[in-house]
Design a protein. Sequence first.
Length: 125
Amino acid sequence: MTLTFDDYQKRAIETAVYPKAGLNVVQWDGIPDFVPCGFIYPALGLAGESGECLEKFKKILRDKNGHISEEDKIAIAKELGDCFWYLAALCHELNLNMSSVAQGNLDKLASRQARGTLSGSGDNR
Ligand SMILES: [Mg+2]
């Protein structure tokens, strides 16, 4: 059975246990307000897990001259999975389906490929 992005997202969210952070703000008229910011925790987690991947690559460069072992791959795959989890949670907090995000990315790349702008910089090329 193939695991789809949306299946993964649904199952990942069933394991989500994290604080729903928010901000206490004061509006223009001085009235205090609470703004729920459920995206903060998974956004921080995604950055953290990405950093864990990079830390492994750094140590592979430092200690193994860049040679990645099967053991390294297994460890990196676990960190990539952790990234996936936080990405799923972040999509959930933003009311986005992972499949739509993935399809949108492929569409963007296909458009750039067709227009010969895969290389270069800028989000909107
Ligand atoms: Mg991790």
